[in-house]
Design a protein around this ligand. Structure first.
Ligand code: HEC
Length: 154
């Protein structure tokens, strides 16, 4: 019996660590968004409602919009238990500059590359993104609006 209690306490402790490691969901700029791209970035929804997605984490991490993982400023970071999830910087300037330090080196992304990553979870080099990044079934208008917002971020 004591063993069971300890196991339960241990699990609760781990859940607490997980929770603490997760950055607080950013508070969206109050009410009205100035653009569709900003709205999608902070809410994951357009005028028609939540944008259909597949993949992504379940549980309490599920249902996050871009800002919930990549941060309100788009710079990403690492979180999760033991900070084991690396979320990349997706500001337009970061994506479109080549990363020679990566192995293999990552070329500069084009808008079409960014669209493919968001929709299909595929990187310019053809590799699949981690399942932690949802695949978003966005219309072209939504996609263009989000890419325009990534430009606003930097
Ligand atoms: C649940 C967390 C989560 C959400 C929500 C999320 N992402 Fe991601 N995203 C990730 C992670 C983690 C990666 C990196 C995956 C990898 O390295 O394999 C990623 C990768 C990306 C990449 C590729 C960048 C690169 O350098 O590899 C783009 C672009 C991107 N996300 C855009 C978006 C956009 C736009 C949204 C909102 C519509 C969004 N993401 C929502 C977690 C998330």
């Amino acid at each position: 019996m004591l063993g069971l209690v300890l196991v339960v306490l241990g699990a609760a402790g781990m859940a607490a660590v997980w929770l603490l490691g997760v950055p607080a969901a950013p508070s969206a700029p109050s009410g009205d968004f100035t653009s569709l791209g900003e709205q999608i970035y902070f809410t994951g929804a357009d005028a028609a409602g939540p944008i259909p997605r597949s993949g992504g984490p379940g549980g309490m991490m599920g249902g996050r919009a871009c800002a919930g993982c990549h941060g309100a400023d788009g710079r990403g970071g690492s979180f999760g238990m033991m900070s084991n999830v690396e979320v990349p910087d997706i500001r337009y300037s970061a994506l479109t500059s080549p990363h020679a330090e990566d192995d293999p080196p990552m070329p500069a992304w084009t808008d079409a590359d960014i669209a493919r990553a968001i929709r299909d979870g595929v990187e310019p080099n053809g590799e699949s993104l981690d399942a932690f990044m949802p695949r978003w079934d966005m219309t072209d208008d939504d996609l263009n609006a989000v890419i325009a917002y990534l430009k606003e971020l930097g």
